[in-house]
Design a protein. Structure first.
Length: 377
């Protein structure tokens, strides 16, 4: 198994030798450029996610069909009548298992470690090319935090895009289509639920993303102040006082804590909304299913499939909401890091500058002067 892990871990080179270049354009151009050399792996993961979501949706249909067969076919005749269907279900489950393993290996072994490390490597080399004045106007701790956070934000933005847009969307649409084969009216509670769920997301997610971005900025400031105190400990010991440095750090911690409280209030309200939407969906689905079953328009298998999808949707709804909020948060973090990385270098070599050849150690000052007052020579 270690050989398999090592093979997937070596798919992405974390230290590309090419000099990093930041192209012009918006945020998505920035993200797309930073996935250069990994597009084939992302496409493979995308295809695997589509296959997994479709097969997972088919599992709900399989559940309903098996319940129906068991309710009216004698035990001894089930295999004779439905052997081909059962074999196809078994093959689909095996394909589901294989594709899930491949997707997990690709995401956990190839992308989880090497992808952000590749970005850190490139971003670090870009930052080392900045001028000295750039670092004089910034906190070293905040810059290092931005480099590390931007690398993770770009990776999470790419991964969440695949998970939300592909997996969740394809799974939801496929499951609703397959449930409609039992009875078209069965999809009505889910359509209403999806509409109310999107309304809740439209209300909560921008607020959550806003406070998450505020929290990211406050975290960078807090990290920067603490890191700079340690980095300049000699100056702190000689010219400052412990109480002053503690108060300076506490001020940043208080600002960070305010953003945490605001974010958690939104999260609590969002969770309450999702829970009540789930209860409403559960009542509506069971009520409609019993009504259709009583009229002979729905089988027991259809009720079983719909019930299974409701409970799967409950867990999925929490995951989607928080994933989309993290997606927006990571976009904000990546955008902030992009602005820092794209800060222009003020000191540039001349276009005709050649390589430095030093065969002697002389120091010569030419047209150099210094004055505290620029108006006086």
């Amino acid at each position: 198994m270690n050989k398999i892990f090592e093979w997937f871990e070596s798919l992405i080179n974390p230290y590309p030798p090419e000099e990093p270049v930041l192209q012009k354009g918006g945020l998505f151009a920035f993200i797309w450029h930073n996935t250069k050399g990994m597009h084939w792996a992302l496409l493979t993961l995308l295809v695997l996610s589509v296959i997994i979501s479709v097969l997972e949706a088919m599992m709900f249909q399989f559940t309903g069909l098996i319940v129906d067969w068991m309710s009216h076919i004698p035990v001894g005749e089930l295999w004779q009548e439905k052997s081909s269907e059962l074999i196809w279900m078994l093959v689909a489950m095996l394909i589901f298992g294989v594709t899930t393993v491949c997707a997990e290996l690709l995401e956990d072994q190839a992308f989880a470690g090497a992808f952000p490390m590749r970005l850190r490597w490139n971003f670090h080399r870009i930052m080392l090319g900045k001028g000295y004045s750039f670092y004089q106007n910034e906190f070293a701790g905040r810059l290092s935090a931005k480099v590390l956070q931007t690398a993770l934000a770009v990776r999470e933005t790419v991964m969440e895009s695949i998970n939300i847009v592909v997996y969740a969307l394809v799974l939801g649409v496929s499951a609703v289509v397959l449930l409609s084969q039992f009875n078209a009216y069965l999809i009505l509670p889910f359509v209403v639920w999806f509409a109310l769920y999107f309304v809740a997301g439209y209300y909560f997610i921008p607020k959550l993303a806003k406070y998450s971005q505020m929290q990211a900025d406050a975290r960078s400031m807090m990290t920067g102040r603490i890191t700079d105190a340690y980095a300049n400990i000699q100056t702190v010991k000689l010219f400052s006082h412990t109480s002053h440095e503690v108060g300076y750090a506490q001020e940043a911690m208080d600002e960070f804590l305010v953003t945490v409280h605001k974010q958690m209030r939104i999260i609590t309200l969002m969770r309450m909304s999702i829970n009540w939407l789930f209860i409403a969906l559960l009542i509506a689905t069971f009520g409609l299913s019993f009504h259709l079953w009583a009229k002979g328009a729905l089988t027991i298998g259809g009720l079983a499939a719909a019930s299974a999808f409701v409970f799967r949707l409950y867990g999925l709804s929490h995951w989607i909401m928080f994933s989309f909020a993290r997606f927006l948060e990571n976009i904000g973090t990546a955008q902030d890091g992009m602005r820092t990385l794209r800060t222009p270098v003020t000191v540039q070599d001349r276009a005709d500058a050649g390589d430095l050849v030093a065969d002697r150690g002389d120091i010569e000052f030419v047209d150099v002067d210094f004055s505290y007052d620029r108006d006086k020579p």
